[in-house]
Design a protein around this ligand. Structure first.
Ligand code: HEC
Ligand code: HEC
Ligand code: HEC
Length: 107
């Protein structure tokens, strides 16, 4: 049996939306070390990146294969390091007040 195309697309979009909205299996949910309130800890959707890049795009530098190994700060990201190597408005969308909650997902 073949599923009608709109249904397949709908299921795909539903999956993508779920991925963006909350942490799913395989996401790295960062633990905030400094206990800063206000901004919830960032979530890294690993699979979204894995389907686009080879592992060595990120491992072993700048990221070790161990959740929480790297201390990530917004200063570093805005200097174009770590997540900011790609999230710079060129390779991927930029860090701005419109995008805070794409990484910092409310629980
Ligand atoms: C590309 C993803 C991404 C975006 C966009 C982003 N952040 Fe972050 N941010 C992170 C990661 C990863 C960390 C480290 C883990 C953590 O502390 O949540 C972090 C850490 C932080 C921290 C704690 C450490 C520090 O540097 O002070 C604050 C506060 C913060 N972000 C606020 C913001 C605000 C406000 C925005 C929007 C202007 C924003 N972030 C946008 C990924 C992002
Ligand atoms: C776009 C960047 C990126 C790509 C591509 C990527 N990873 Fe990761 N990976 C990360 C980040 C960021 C972390 C969390 C590191 C940290 O918290 O310091 C991580 C963590 C991990 C961890 C530890 C997870 C845990 O829960 O402790 C493993 C294992 C891992 N990656 C394997 C892989 C493999 C295998 C591939 C290729 C199929 C891959 N990664 C591709 C960025 C990436
Ligand atoms: C090697 C490049 C690269 C690095 C490093 C990288 N990203 Fe991404 N990221 C991308 C690309 C490309 C996309 C897809 C952009 C798009 O759809 O416009 C993406 C998408 C995302 C999304 C949206 C996922 C969705 O469901 O649509 C989030 C959230 C995100 N990245 C967070 C992070 C965080 C947090 C880090 C650092 C821990 C990081 N990224 C590091 C390239 C990267």
């Amino acid at each position: 049996m073949r599923l009608p195309a709109p249904l397949v697309l709908g299921l795909l979009l539903a999956t993508l939306a779920a991925g963006a909205a909350l942490a799913v299996e395989g996401d790295v949910v960062f633990k905030r070390k400094d206990g800063q309130a206000g901004t919830p800890p960032a979530v890294f959707p690993h699979w979204v990146h894995r389907i686009r890049y080879k592992c060595y795009a990120c491992h072993p530098t700048p990221f070790q294969m161990k959740a929480g190994a790297e201390t990530i700060t917004m200063d570093a990201i805005q200097e174009g390091k770590l997540c900011g190597a790609c999230h710079n408005g060129k390779i991927a969308w930029d860090v701005s007040f419109e995008t805070c909650n794409r990484c910092h997902v409310e629980k």
